[in-house]
Design a protein. Structure first.
Length: 371
């Protein structure tokens, strides 16, 4: 039994029927274990390799770009606000592609000490400067044949931008203090939360480098522009934070999550849920478990003062129409999210949209289909 036997049969043998039942139960159990293993493996690879969650058209577009680019050597610039998943996308591009077993080297341009960047990237020769006791190869060389990812590339000093550009043109590195050049072949990816388009026009980022890096851009939309991803992101993070416990989000808490603006994007959502799971009762996440700024984020429903309100039925309808209109445009016409924020069922929302003729103007019929 210790070695993993399912069960044992004791003598004298039980009647045949019992034995049959026993075997059937055992077969069921084996099947369940196998099924579970299969499901777990599948979800592990889906989240570990993908890891990019979202049904919004914005994220679906990003996923399509990733699958188109993952097996190429095309330079990719990933742009987006802080916490939108730029690094996640860079890693997916490399690790989901056919070159996944080749090196992936991430360089955080924002945290490199300016005076050391060159020797970090290009390496150095023994004696090139005080303290260089041995020769050391640089990050570009370690990434040879694979991918180098320049995170926060906008932070790179102009002087280093020139050196990087030269490397991209010549595909050779010359370690500091050496006069030997070494061929290096890497795929370039870069990420930025700054608007390099205006920066190169202002002269704070080199235009020629910008165009080399920006052969294809993947722009990650901020979370507030794809609120429909919030419920599935929340479920994903809750499962990761409290595996198997099935933590649910109360409908009021979900309303607050949907209404909040998320300046820190997905990372902020993840942190907020982590805090809530730590503080909450571990089963249902309530509004009270959310930080005040998020808990208080509510749909701005304008309630008229008493003197504005004459009590006619049409007033109520006006208020309802205005509220639905406001929410509807806040979520950019996403009916599933609008329904959740308003606290009404999808069917009710449809009825009201039709009655007030909302959405018909902005959305042509084909894009108002069910999601
Ligand atoms: N679509 C997504 N699905 C699942 N997790 C996500 C998604 N987007 C971001 N994350 C998670 O959010 C966190 C932040 O992502 P990441 O570090 O890639 O963002 P970033 O854009 O590089 O942020 P920063 O600009 O702050 O460096 C990570 O924990 C990441 O796993
Ligand atoms: Mg990052």
């Amino acid at each position: 039994m210790k070695l993993g036997a399912y069960d044992y049969i004791s003598k004298p043998f039980a009647p045949l029927d019992e034995l049959r039942l026993f075997l059937r139960r055992m077969a069921d159990k084996v099947r369940l274990v196998e099924e579970n293993l299969y499901l777990r493996e599948r979800s592990e690879t889906e989240t570990a390799v993908h890891g990019i969650i979202g049904n919004s058209t914005g994220i679906q577009h990003v996923l399509r770009l990733i699958s188109r680019l993952k097996d190429t050597r095309t330079p990719v610039l990933i742009s987006g606000e802080s916490g939108t998943g730029k690094e996640l996308v860079a890693r997916a591009l490399h690790f989901r592609g056919t070159m996944a077993n080749l090196p992936f080297v991430a360089v955080d341009c924002g945290s490199l000490v300016p005076t050391l960047i060159e020797s970090e990237l290009f390496g150095y020769e023994k004696g090139a400067f005080t303290g260089a006791l041995r020769s050391k190869s640089g990050l570009l060389q370690s990434a040879d044949t694979g991918t180098i990812f320049f995170d926060e590339v906008g932070e790179l000093p102009l002087e280093m931008q020139a050196k990087l550009l030269r490397f991209l043109q010549e595909k050779e590195v010359r370690p500091v203090g050496s006069n030997q050049k070494v061929k290096v072949d890497v795929r370039i990816m870069a990420a930025t939360n700054r608007d390099l388009d205006t920066e190169y026009k202002k002269g704070t980022f080199r235009k020629d480098l910008y165009f080399r890096l920006n052969v294809v851009t993947i722009s990650l939309p901020p979370l507030r522009e794809r609120r429909s991803d919030i419920p599935i992101l929340a479920a994903f993070f809750l499962e990761r934070l409290a595996p198997g416990r099935g933590v649910q989000v109360s409908s009021n808490a979900m309303k607050a999550l949907l209404a909040y603006d998320w300046p820190g994007n997905v990372r902020e959502l993840e942190n907020c849920l982590e805090r809530a799971v730590a503080l909450g009762d571990q089963r249902i996440l309530e509004v009270g478990d959310l930080p005040p700024a998020i808990a208080n984020a509510e749909v701005e429903t304008h309630v008229p003062a008493a003197q504005e309100f004459s009590g006619r039925a049409t007033d109520l309808e006006d208020i309802e129409r205005a509220t639905i209109e406001r929410v509807f445009s806040q979520v950019k016409g996403d009916k599933a999210v609008a329904g959740k924020m308003l606290g009404i069922s999808r069917a009710t929302l449809y009825r009201k949209l039709k009655r007030y003729n909302i959405g018909a103007r902005e959305n042509p019929p084909q894009s108002t289909t069910l999601q």
